[in-house]
Write a protein that binds this ligand. Sequence first.
Ligand SMILES: NC(=O)c1ccc[n+]([C@@H]2O[C@H](COP(=O)([O-])OP(=O)(O)OC[C@H]3O[C@@H](n4cnc5c(N)ncnc54)[C@H](O)[C@@H]3O)[C@@H](O)[C@H]2O)c1
Length: 349
Amino acid sequence: MEKILTDNYAIEFESGYESLIKIIDKNKYSKIFLLVDENTENFCLNIFKNKTTLNPNLIKIKSGEENKNIHTCIKIWNSLINSNADRKSLLINLGGGVITDIGGFSANTYNRGIDFVNIPTTLLSIVDASVGSKTGINQNGIKNKIGTFYDPKMVIIDTEYLKTLEQRQINSGYCEIFKHSLISKQNSKFEYLTDSNKINFSLDIIINSINIKNNFVSEDKYEKKRRKGLNFGHTIGHAIETHFMSSDKKLLHGEAIAIGIIIESFLSKEICGFEIDKVDKIKNHLLSIFNKIKFNSSSINNIIKMMEHDKKNTDKEVNFVLLSDIGKLIFDVKVPDSNILDAFEYYSK
Ligand SMILES: NC(=O)c1ccc[n+]([C@@H]2O[C@H](COP(=O)([O-])OP(=O)(O)OC[C@H]3O[C@@H](n4cnc5c(N)ncnc54)[C@H](O)[C@@H]3O)[C@@H](O)[C@H]2O)c1
């Protein structure tokens, strides 16, 4: 596989590092910066250095979703200012979705926009954040509340980085691979993935997954309609993620989305006629990978309230994207709270 072309940039694999050097030569960047967190500095920096001859200025931030905020952004801007970064500087983001989101946002806002390149190092950021050009930070405890659409110059995908990633993080990323298999008819790996109750993130599966996301984004970059299909499982999933953010049982993105996918699959059955056999298959598959979480009625009520904050909702009405079959999306579905309660019961039993 040479590369995947999105509308405005290429996602490259083995050839990516060579292309990066070509891009750097062509654009004659004045300075090159590399954004890392402590984990990607420990585990990924050497791989990067072994594969390029570059010697960029390092900008290091603290890892974790709780640091994807304006304070970290200010640190990145200040590091750029202190090193005299100008409009011809390049920022390379080496890390998971936190690094690529905040790095992209910082690049977009520094000097009214400098070039950036993403090298995603987690499975989630490889199959999800690599496409779509969304950048952002969290604000007031709301995920991705502040952000932009801003294209990287290119993305390099190198699965060697995944060798040091914790299993829990791999599982979290797999959830998005699985979601892609549900929302696309073309190239869906639904049967293939659910036939074995093991996670599969071979390069072929990764490429297939990125291609599916790319098809959604290229048809509708600014999320007017079709791109909303990528939010399957996320309306409830995001609210669940936010609900647990302030507790001592924080969930990873994919762990919350896995619950969201099970709940929204059940809602799809109730409201859009999605086959129960498929809903059960989805539940069994995901619960063979992710531990079941206990919900009480007050947490469910809180999660329902959280959904009102979801960016897809207009006038506080909660809009779901549901399925009538694999790859058949039904948009802007209003769901009564009673169905949501039933879906939590289905998840819990
Ligand atoms: N822009 C988009 O389209 C998009 C899509 C999906 C998710 N996101 C965002 O991505 C974030 C989640 O991404 P994530 O799951 O990659 O989280 P993350 O960036 O927090 O990475 C997870 C953890 O793994 C560590 N890590 C990264 N690479 C590693 C490696 N190769 N070896 C060992 N440890 C490594 C990180 O330091 C961190 O501790 C969220 O903020 C989410 O909103 C954005």
